[in-house]
Ligand binder design. Structure first.
Ligand code: GLY
Length: 622
């Protein structure tokens, strides 16, 4: 059964059950900055899951293009991709668990033809801390469904520790069986919706993966293990909850949000072991085999990175709201995808000029009919990819020269690796490989810490921080901006250096500042921070800016929450007292006041949780 047929059968199946087929939305979110890319079919439906009336009714289904940034590092294991197509169906306060679980089982077994014996399911274990019970309702429904097939479905707990225990239904905690756009309950920002889910897994066969050399050979066998025996193919989420400041609350309606990856279903229906061998990938793999002199099975990782990344880049550039490679926001991911693919071309010893666009043409061939926008934009897509690829090969050489300068170092620092990444587009793997060849290590942890700051920046940019207010209020905005620098410096002195900026938003009335910290601040701590900021204001400290190379700024330990917003030269704002003691030193584009005495009295009006591990302070200047 080819993927076109699976897609068609799925939509027909749900249409017969009263669902309206809605089109796939753009990969770039609309009026929503929770994430940079649409990562699921439910993304564009959030307002309707929260109670708004959808013009097409209460039952919807579609095939949606999705991109998941979190999965970038996982590409290469034969089943993870960053771009994928999700088959989805929704009940907006209409049917619930019983219909959903029965229907999806029916679709998988009767329409796709999967054997019930090979299907295993998971349910939510419950979490008293957030006041949500274990999903016994789904367990009973599953028992009935399997029972009709003559399969006794035993429910078991702690399979991750005790193994399969001859179970068919498995309980898992927040990390596995809770779904929201941003993940488990603790990762959800205030206002986000989500709920427990029940997943269906397909058994690829024990022998296939639990072979002699498998790292999982001696660990207990369970559904969510990464060994490859079980593959998740269907996820029914019961979206019933919204996260509020004081915990989880029930939404006004009970919703179903179903998602299933088309590539994985196609892989199983076509009897393949890897998603890269199903018909949505195979022509791409064949093309890469043609261009290089290797076969897929000889260099699995590089083939998969190239195939996945070029496909994703083609879809993002060719999207209705197409995004080009750049240094910020979504464009930053497009750049990363193209450069990483180009670099893996080196692993396959592909010589000569640019070649990625040949791979992109295959992507357009496969998807042009289902997603006409990429066909329409195909020459633009190919040109853009070619341009970026050529640019990368140029900086690659310059970067290699820069890398040569680090020859004498034992360890490549996180900052140096981040510098190579930012300035010359060196993915961390490239730096690692090069370092390895010379017997050097790379401080990867420090590198990722630097990259964390990038993530913050991406969020900041998409949230549109520091949009200045009306002209007559601008002066106030500038004052608040300087006050945030004093606040961050004071927080770090009172709470420690682990505090980093997580976000900021300024209106003419107040400043709002998010920072990393894992608990509520005490009254004394808040007072101390306030006092420290006010002391700095009273001391009439000087605010000065200096332009310098990014590397110099980073090497001197300047706070750099926004560093990649700037190219190789940056502005550093320092706040210093008369004796020359530095109170704050941050990379920032400004503007700022000249002297802290202009600020007036600083007062914290609120300290609260923003999301897990992130606190939010609101403050005013009088
Ligand atoms: N929205 C359900 C899923 O992505 O699995």
């Amino acid at each position: 059964m080819d993927s076109k047929e699976i897609r068609k059968k799925y939509l027909e199946f749900y249409r017969e059950k009263g669902h309206a087929v809605i089109p796939s939305s753009s990969l770039i979110p609309e009026k929503d900055s929770t994430l940079l890319f649409v990562n699921s079919g439910m993304f564009p439906l959030v307002p309707y899951l929260m109670g708004e009336t959808h013009p097409e009714g209460k039952r919807l289904c579609n095939a949606q293009k999705c991109f998941r940034t979190d999965d970038i590092e996982e590409v290469g294991d034969m089943r993870h991709t960053t771009f994928f197509e999700m088959l989805g169906n929704w009940s907006l306060g209409d049917y619930f668990k019983k219909e959903q679980l029965n229907w999806i089982f029916q679709f998988l077994t009767e329409k796709v033809g999967l054997s019930p014996e090979r299907l295993y399911v998971t349910v939510y274990r419950g979490n008293p801390e957030i006041g949500v019970e274990k999903d016994s309702e789904s367990v009973e429904i599953w028992k009935g469904i399997f029972g009709k097939e003559g399969i006794e479905a035993k429910d078991v707990d702690f399979a991750e520790r005790n193994g399969m225990q001859e179970g068919r239904i498995f309980y898992y905690p927040d990390g596995e069986n809770w779904w929201s756009r941003t993940g488990s309950p603790d990762k959800m920002p205030i206002g986000e919706i989500g709920g427990p889910d029940s997943e269906v897994f397909y058994d690829m066969g024990e022998d296939l993966r639990r072979h002699e050399n498998s790292p999982w050979k001696d660990s207990p066998c369970h559904i969510n293990c990464d060994c490859g025996r079980f593959i998740e193919i269907a996820n029914s989420v019961f979206i019933e909850f919204v996260k509020k400041e004081d915990g989880f609350h029930k939404l006004p309606q009970k919703n179903v949000d179903f998602g299933g990856g088309l590539e994985r279903l196609a892989m199983i229906a076509q009897g393949k072991e890897s998603v890269f061998e199903c018909d949505l990938f195979l022509p791409i793999i064949r093309k890469i085999e043609q261009i290089s002199s290797y076969k897929y099975r000889q260099k699995i990782r590089s083939f998969e990175v190239i195939a996945d990344h070029v496909k994703a880049a083609t879809f993002i550039i060719g999207d209705e709201k197409g995004v080009l490679p750049s240094n910020k926001g979504q464009g930053y991911f497009v750049r990363r995808l193209i450069r990483r693919a180009a670099r893996h071309g080196k692993q396959l010893e592909i010589a000569g000029g640019s070649w990625l666009s040949k791979v992109a043409k295959e992507v357009v061939e496969i998807y042009g009919e289902a997603y006409p926008e990429i066909k329409k934009n195909s020459s633009f897509v190919c040109e853009s990819i070619e341009k970026e690829e050529t640019l990368f090969y140029k900086t690659l050489e310059k970067g290699l020269k820069e890398f040569e300068k680090l020859k004498k170092e034992k360890v490549i620092t996180g900052q140096a690796a981040a510098f190579l990444y930012q300035t010359y587009g060196f993915p961390i793997e490239l730096t690692e490989e090069l370092a390895d060849e010379r017997g050097q290590a790379v401080d990867k942890k420090a590198f990722y810490r630097e990259m964390e700051k990038h993530k913050d920046l991406s969020r900041e940019l998409s949230a549109g921080v520091f949009k200045s207010g009306l002209a007559d209020k601008e002066e106030k905005t500038v004052k608040f901006h300087t006050a945030t620098h004093l606040l961050l410096a004071a927080l770090r002195q009172v709470l420690g250096e682990s505090v980093i900026q997580k976000g900021s938003n300024i209106t003419s009335e107040r400043l709002r500042f998010d920072f990393s910290y894992d608990r509520k601040l005490t009254k004394e701590e808040i007072e101390e921070v306030e006092k420290m900021v006010n002391k700095a204001i009273k001391k009439d400290m000087k605010v000065e800016k200096k332009e310098m190379p990014l590397k110099e700024a980073m090497d001197s330990g300047v706070l750099a929450s926004f560093e990649e917003k700037y190219p190789s030269r940056v502005l550093v704002y320092s706040i210093t007292d008369r004796k020359g003691n530095v109170f704050s030193n941050e990379i920032c584009s400004g503007p700022h006041v000249g002297k802290t005495s202009e600020l007036g009295a600083f007062k914290i009006t609120k300290e609260e949780a923003s999301s897990s591990g992130v606190r939010r302070i609101k403050a005013v200047l009088n």
